[in-house]
Design a protein around this ligand. Structure first.
Ligand code: MG
Length: 181
């Protein structure tokens, strides 16, 4: 038997996404059924668009329409300022929360309430382990990690992305495998 103080980092799930996919537009109903969710909280930077970009990622408008037609509730939860988030929300016809303070759980709770959903039937979709995924785990929603559309140039981001790589190694996170579902 191992001693009680033995620390096995793999058992700590706070940084582990439930699903890892490449782009937001890769998410389909099978993934949502697998997670048991009908509500998605959407990050903006490097999820809907590049970091500080304004162009929607390819196929996003059609994907949003498909999700809406399938009865999926969508709401944007971003850490960016409202002025940055609003144009995306308007273009896509979605409700939004700016200054979400991820990884704190409050923005997630507000997002879930905003579309009258439940945390257990909600997933966050975002590109950062230390904000989107950690916050999702802390607030009790499911978590879908995406590959960032384009890596940031800022030094602080470079460190963050290096740490994420470490987390990938620890959890043996691979891109989504069809056979898992
Ligand atoms: Mg992001």
């Amino acid at each position: 038997m191992r001693p009680p103080y033995f620390f096995e980092i793999g058992e700590i799930m706070l940084l582990k996404p439930h699903l890892k996919l490449n782009r937001i537009t890769d998410i389909n109903m099978r993934h949502l059924d697998y997670l048991g969710v009908d509500t998605l909280l959407l990050d903006v930077d490097n999820t809907l668009s590049t970091d500080h970009g304004t162009v929607l990622t390819k196929g996003l408008t059609e994907w949003i329409e498909r999700m809406k037609n399938d009865g999926i509730k969508l709401v944007i939860v971003s850490n960016a300022r409202k002025e940055r988030v609003r144009p995306f929300a308007e273009k896509l016809g979605l409700k939004f929360i700016g200054l979400g303070l991820k990884p704190l759980p409050f923005g997630y709770f507000r997002g879930v309430r905003y579309v009258s959903s439940k945390r257990r039937s909600t997933a966050i979709v975002g590109d950062q382990i230390f904000t989107d995924i950690l916050g999702g785990r802390l607030s009790g929603v499911k978590t879908i990690l995406l590959t960032p559309i384009k890596l940031e140039n800022k030094f602080s981001f470079k460190i963050r992305r290096k740490l994420e790589k470490l987390v990938f190694k620890i959890y043996k996170i691979k891109d989504f495998e069809e056979k898992n579902i």
